[in-house]
Ligand binder design. Structure first.
Ligand code: ADP
Length: 603
């Protein structure tokens, strides 16, 4: 029963491999891919053929030596030259074309996966999905794309070609062994039985028993291999985090905690590795035993015929060597068990990654049915919008809001009440929002902690547009307007801007981006929180002037009372309920309360 379950798993794995592998050979690169594959198959067949020829050459050459036949000796040496040349040519091109297929296939798959990962906010949703109720947790997508795709293509090509080689070798040498085996006769209860190709059956039996045992001994390796890569990736991921947050960790003096965390992660790497090592050791015990036994097995089996005088020593030796070839070919499964285990682990990881993409695509469709984000209107409007957390907790519900051109709205509420999340829903990236959102096309979101790509400052400023879209004059003017005149002369300086700039400088650089792009609609999420009040007021004034001149609107999240004066309306989030069945907060819409000393409302 267990064996049947194993066979079913093997079949399921083959199906997964096929599902992952087939698209490349059906893609728009299919002719190149198929031609390369056909070339490699031919070269593999040719290399086995060369082995057979070589075998034959040995016979002729040694015969010539034994007979002291100089003519044949020189003739065979001449033949060896072109055989060797053909062998070298085949080996070089077999290597080259195999590598070429692997890297082309990997390139195609990488492009394909990057496309899907970066489409429809999949990269963002996958991170969110980790925290979702019943969400799938695809760990380390970076590793899937960088390492697993590489391993998958390499294993797929090398293992399938290895199998082909084994099968062809088997077919070539099984005939030879069959011919040498003769007929084995034995008598049971008075009747005589004759078995043709006895040695072939023996080789087959030997290898089938060996393969089945290998599988049962080596099986734990599959899960351990799968886990090993995950632990390695977790360890590496944490190292990257320490690098990314180096400054904050140094300021907090968090080295000891980080060291402990890294040690914990590495101890998982080590513990799993030791288990893997033990599993591999067990397998090596068996395969070594199996390999050594294979040396004497044919002699033991053929001995009765030798001692009865049915075969001579030469034949016995030939049987042993042909048996060796057949046994080698049949042992392909045993020899490649660890690689097969790694191939299967890689396939499983890629399949779960693939399934996540599919689940996200289905989620997108389901979401699209309830959540229309139209961006053709000239109004920011929501209808019956519900905003929840990934774990299902409802933050806000039944929101029907409208912001018309010329409006300026301040969104206030306690920390954690869902202000930023509401902005995410406005922007159409929050997958846990239901209801309708209409958003004007040229809406820009200014986040509290903006992102800048590493590289020249001009690219960071123009991001995500190409820098060619803007003149140097416009770029410099935007920086000056955003109170960053000192950066105006550094447009070509390449740096890691997200790390180098101070919080306030980053916010000013993001505002410079808004000045550069002049969106009509602006959602500012604590976009000036790190600035001093005077800079905050200057920049808010400039932003508002531009938006009003363009007949757009501004919605801000801000805490300082000074900013309130730049808005006409205020949405206030008030805590309502702690019960899971109800929304945590309600939103009330009203005028901005006047506080003494705040700038007069404009607009
Ligand atoms: P605010 O902007 O009002 O301070 P947020 O909108 O940032 O609040 O967050 C609202 C709530 O949603 C918080 O309790 C926060 O912990 C939670 N939250 C925000 N993002 C996520 C996320 N990616 N996964 C889980 N919870 C989140």
């Amino acid at each position: 029963m267990k064996l049947f379950a194993q066979l079913a798993t093997a079949q399921a794995t083959s199906r997964k491999i096929w599902t992952l592998a087939a698209p490349y050979f059906r893609s728009d690169e299919k002719w190149k891919a198929r031609a390369l594959l056909a070339g490699i198959v031919l070269l593999n067949l040719a290399s086995v053929y060369m082995l057979v020829l070589n075998n034959d050459w040995f016979r002729l050459f040694y015969d010539a030596l034994e007979k002291r036949d100089q003519t044949v000796f020189w003739q065979q040496l001449g033949r060896f030259t072109y055989l060797a040349f053909a062998f070298i040519l085949i080996s070089v091109y077999k290597f080259y074309l195999t590598q070429l297929l692997e890297i082309r296939w990997r390139t195609w798959m990488t492009g394909h996966y990057l496309q899907r990962w970066l489409s429809h906010h999949a990269f963002y949703k996958m991170e969110l999905a980790r925290y979702a109720a019943n969400g799938t947790t695809p760990d380390n997508p970076d590793q899937r794309i960088q390492e697993d795709l590489n391993l998958f293509t390499v294993y797929s090509v090398s293992l399938s070609m290895g199998l082909l080689n084994a099968v062809v070798t088997l077919v070539s040498f099984v005939g030879i062994l069959w011919g040498l085996s003769g007929i084995f006769s034995f008598t049971v209860a008075g009747s005589t039985y004759n078995i043709a190709g006895f040695m072939v059956w023996m080789a087959l039996l030997y290898c089938v028993v060996g393969s089945v045992l290998t599988h049962f001994i080596g099986r734990p390796q599959i899960a351990l291999n799968f886990a090993q890569q995950r632990y390695e990736a977790d360890f590496r991921h944490h190292l990257i985090r320490v690098r990314e947050y180096s400054e904050a960790i140094a300021l907090d003096g968090g080295e000891k905690v980080e060291r402990r965390q890294l040690d914990t992660r590495f101890s998982s790497v080590l513990a799993n590795y030791l288990k893997l090592l033990k599993a591999q050791k067990n397998l090596i015990w068996f395969t070594s035993f199996f390999g050594q036994a294979a040396v004497v097995f044919p002699f033991i089996v053929a001995a009765p015929r030798f001692f009865s005088g049915a075969i001579q020593l030469g034949e016995l030796m030939q049987i042993s060597s042909a048996f060796g070839r057949v046994q080698d070919a049949l042992s392909w499964f045993i020899d490649n068990y660890s690689s097969l285990a790694a191939w299967r682990a890689t396939t499983d990881r890629l399949t779960s990654f693939e399934e996540t993409f599919q689940a996200l695509a289905q989620g997108n469709t389901a979401q699209a049915a309830t959540n229309t984000v139209a961006n053709t209107t000239d109004e920011l409007r929501t209808q019956d919008l519900t905003v929840s957390l990934p774990n299902g907790t409802v933050l806000l519900t039944g929101l029907s809001l409208a912001v018309a051109p010329g409006d300026s709205v301040l969104l206030k509420g306690p920390s954690g009440s869902g202000k930023s999340t509401l902005f995410r829903a406005f922007a159409g990236i929050w997958p846990f929002a239901r209801g309708q959102v209409q958003r004007p096309p040229d809406t820009m979101v200014l986040p509290q902690n903006p992102y800048f790509p590493d590289g020249p400052l001009r690219d960071a400023l123009a991001y995500p547009e190409p820098v060619t879209a803007y003149t140097d004059e416009a770029l410099r003017q935007a920086l000056t307007d955003a109170l960053l005149p000192q950066l105006a002369s550094r447009l070509d300086d390449a740096d890691s801007w997200s790390q180098k700039l101070s919080g306030g400088e980053k916010q000013r650089l993001a505002i410079a981006r808004a000045f550069l792009k002049n969106p009509r609609w602006l959602l500012a999420d604590e976009a000036t929180s790190a600035l001093d009040e005077s800079a905050e007021n200057t920049l808010y004034k400039r932003l508002l002037e531009r938006i009003q001149a363009a007949q757009g609107a501004l919605v801000s999240i801000a805490h300082r009372p000074g900013v309130a004066g730049f808005h006409q309306r205020q949405w206030t989030l008030v805590a309502q309920s702690q019960e899971a069945s109800q929304a945590r907060f309600v939103l009330s819409d009203g005028a901005v309360p006047q506080t003494p000393g705040s700038p007069p409302a404009r607009g």
